[in-house]
Design a protein around this ligand. Structure first.
Ligand code: SF4
Length: 231
């Protein structure tokens, strides 16, 4: 079976009524700078290399970024930080990400998110992230060459741990604290879950304040490449 990152039941998903309403409201009202554009306004599918070794797990679409363009991290400040870094590390074919048809090709990496619909205030509820874990499971199950999960931010980190718990792994979450550069190997657990590497989210709030610098993120990507056997 060929992996389809955008199955019809994802693109029409309304399991989270609050988010389904909000994504469409944002797409209808728009930001003035994009008033002439047609917003995506649907759940944003994962994007990248279906032979990927690294699953980059973000938080959720940006209101006027991927909720507008229909591609993860595309068209906003987060993407303006992320894609140049992925390009420097050799994962992305180009540094600029402006639209779903800008020619971007990812190699070795697939990008997904803990929630596929834009949340008000960039904050999905715990229940919404839990509901959307169905789609994270879909990616984790169908991307057969994965070696590593790279979580951007604590919500993505937690969502992967909850996914492992739902797979009957004995996870004591306090043993796996989130921190930039933290690596969790899950040694001793049955079925050898994919290791988890943490990074601060590439949000404008983090990059603009210097909490996350280019050098810090480049270092995490270099470690991810090594862990995934890509160097
Ligand atoms: Fe469906 Fe996920 Fe969107 Fe909720 S956040 S409506 S589960 S796609």
């Amino acid at each position: 079976m060929t992996f389809n990152p955008a199955p019809a039941d994802l693109l029409t998903c309304r399991l989270c009524p609050r988010l389904a309403t909000y994504r469409e409201e944002v797409a209808s009202t728009k930001r003035r700078a994009y008033a002439n554009e047609s917003y995506w306004g649907k759940p944003v599918p994962g994007f990248g290399d279906v032979q990927a070794r690294i699953l980059l797990l973000g938080l959720a679409p940006g209101a006027h970024g991927s909720n507008r363009t229909g591609r993860m991290f595309t068209g906003d400040a987060s993407g303006n930080f992320l894609f140049p870094a992925l390009h420097r590390a050799g994962f992305a074919s180009q540094a600029h990400a402006t639209s779903h048809d800008d020619g971007m090709v990812l190699t070795g990496m697939f990008i997904t998110a803990a929630a596929r619909c834009v949340p008000p205030g960039n904050k999905p509820t715990r229940d919404e992230v839990a509901t959307c874990r169905t789609w994270l499971e879909y990616d984790l199950t169908n991307l057969l060459n994965l070696k590593l999960v790279l979580a951007l931010g604590s919500i993505a980190h937690d969502s992967y741990l909850e996914y492992l718990k739902a797979q009957s792994h004995k996870i004591i979450k306090k043993h796996y604290a989130f921190g930039h550069g933290n690596l969790h190997q899950f040694e001793g657990l049955q079925l050898a879950p994919l290791p988890l590497l943490d990074a601060y989210h590439v949000s404008f709030q983090n990059t603009n304040t210097g909490k996350l610098t280019e050098a810090m993120f480049d270092d995490v990507l270099a470690l991810a490449k090594t862990l995934a056997g890509l160097t």
